[in-house]
Design a protein around this ligand. Sequence first.
Ligand SMILES: C[S@@+](CC[C@H](N)C(=O)[O-])C[C@H]1O[C@@H](n2cnc3c(N)ncnc32)[C@H](O)[C@@H]1O
Length: 247
Amino acid sequence: MEEGYEIYGDEAYEEEYEPVAWHYDSIDEVPYNIRKYFHQRYNLFEKYDDGILLTDDAWFGVTPENVAKIIATHVGKAAGSEKTTIIDAFAGVGGNAIAFALSGRWERVFAIEKDPETLKCAKHNAEIYGVANKIWWIQGDCLEIIPKRFPGMKEAVVFASPPWGGVSYRHQPVFDLEIMQPYGLKELYRALTKASKDLVLYLPRTSDLNQIAKYAPDGVKTMVAHYCLRGASKALCVYYGDFGSIP
Ligand SMILES: C[S@@+](CC[C@H](N)C(=O)[O-])C[C@H]1O[C@@H](n2cnc3c(N)ncnc32)[C@H](O)[C@@H]1O
């Protein structure tokens, strides 16, 4: 060991957070900052009790099952019939990828997730819903994988629910998408449209519409739809590209 280099027992581990997949059975096991989300566990996954796994981070970002289902219906109906493949670029623990697979609309569903433990949860959760074999799982960085592995895929739609940089968006009347962390709108739009101009982005409900409009192709109507739970908007989706109207 180098002189002057010390490890202070377990403290060395507290600095670096390693995501771990858990299934919490009772509220007593749940860390305080997640308890609010644990109360909503059946909104997140109706089959929670069948052994759904989440990392502690995933509780904040997973798309609730009913919202994921309605988005899957909308994307499926609004996409042209030549679109047979959907790529979920930020698959997380599988909320959206499972809904896309369950919809039966797509010949191929790809799910990309950077974090191996989170991807493990997604595969496991898809097994619970009986669709793990209908999804192609890819572990890695979608901003690298999409331009390299899926360039110019005319038959594809890309769906992306990127991280929003924590929960600070809730306190901002208008959310600045260019400084969203760790990826701003420009970087996301550039990389993800390398696969297909048909891109659906799942973004904070207060996202700046003027920033969204900057990437709307000229002469094409770009839809923005709010998705609501119990009378309040949960998030919005931007439908960039050649989509028909949503039902
Ligand atoms: C908001 S969550 C997605 C939630 C997902 N829609 C669900 O319902 O479970 C964002 C996810 O993107 C993953 N991620 C972050 N950067 C990534 C990247 N460059 N490529 C792929 N996945 C990434 C994070 O690990 C996280 O799981």
